[in-house]
Design a protein around this ligand. Structure first.
Ligand SMILES: Cc1ncc(COP(=O)(O)OP(=O)(O)O)c(N)n1
Ligand SMILES: Cc1nc(C(=O)O)sc1CCOP(=O)(O)O
Ligand SMILES: [Mg+2]
Length: 264
């Protein structure tokens, strides 16, 4: 669970209460395959190592293949939780795949969705998935925060790239940890940081206000994903806690005006 001794929870956090947000694994099927493991095996090891959020991201899988991949990840997470006696949910987000999320929700699986600025608009995603699933939105500046907050129905922002990454072509310049700190203070929803994060630099994001670090290659391509997850999690030890409901807005509340550059 997140560290109750750390900084107060950011606004908009109640929907995330009780989750362990410090380490967010985003999967890459090709990297897992190249390392000699399935995505589900990699996810199980990362959860053992402390990943508390998981995202299934595969830009190449066809629809049926992606559905099956997502089912395998949900099953791996549930089996690992049972085996380790983890009593809080470990949410499984689907990257971009709103129709897949709808199908899996209709099967009774608990899945969530992450979309970016160029994906289906969050209002449509929320309508498609209903009120219960979490909805993450990529946003890398104050304007994108404001638009995502005004849309309603978004639960958290994915903010990046913090550092250069080989995993994806990102046209934007690296933000760096100081800008992450500023953005975390400006956002009215919790943020997770993504891009170029590994055991060697995750400590630079500790105390930044981000509720977690998202990691692709440093876990999916690692020889030992469990140990990699443990190391990254330990480096990012100091996280804002989500157990104090005081002063929190509901994510669906109309957004309050943005403060002029200060923490709400
Ligand atoms: C947690 C998180 N943050 C950001 C992203 C990037 O999403 P997007 O901008 O839509 O790019 P793709 O991942 O779809 O290439 C993410 N996936 N997760
Ligand atoms: C999927 C993704 N989104 C990013 C963003 O900046 O929005 S960076 C990224 C890839 C992150 O991979 P790695 O942990 O291997 O650097
Ligand atoms: Mg996307």
């Amino acid at each position: 669970m997140t560290d109750p001794a750390a900084a107060p929870a950011p606004p908009g956090a109640p929907r995330l209460l009780g989750l362990d947000t410090a380490l967010y694994l985003v999967t890459d099927s090709a990297m897992c395959r190249a390392a000699g493991r399935s995505v589900a095996q990699t996810v199980a090891l990362a959860v053992e190592g402390g990943a508390g959020l998981v995202q299934v991201r595969d830009k190449h899988a066809g629809e049926a293949e992606f559905d099956e991949l997502a089912r395998s990840v949900v099953a791996a997470v549930e089996q690992t939780r049972d085996r380790l006696g983890i009593d809080h949910e470990i949410p499984v987000f689907l990257d971009d795949r709103v129709a897949s999320a709808r199908r899996l929700l209709d099967e009774g699986l608990r899945v969530h969705v992450h979309v970016g600025q160029d994906d289906e608009p969050v209002e449509r995603v929320r309508t498609a998935i209903g009120p219960e699933p979490l909805l993450g939105l990529s946003a890398s500046n104050e304007q994108e925060f404001a638009a995502g907050e005004a849309a309603g129905g978004v639960n958290l922002f994915g903010v990046g790239p913090v550092w250069a990454t080989q995993t994806k072509d990102v046209a934007r310049a690296a933000l760096g940890p100081e800008r992450i700190r500023e953005l975390a203070a400006a956002a009215r929803l919790p943020i997770v940081a993504i891009g170029g994060i590994g055991a060697g630099n995750a400590a630079e994001l500790a105390g930044s206000g981000a509720i977690g670090v998202c990691v692709v290659s440093a876990i999916c391509a690692a020889p030992d994903p469990r140990a990699a997850a443990q190391r990254i999690r330990a480096a990012f030890a100091e996280t804002p806690h989500l157990d104090d409901p005081a002063h929190l807005d509901e994510p669906s509340d109309p957004p309050a005006p943005h403060p002029a550059g200060g923490t709400p």
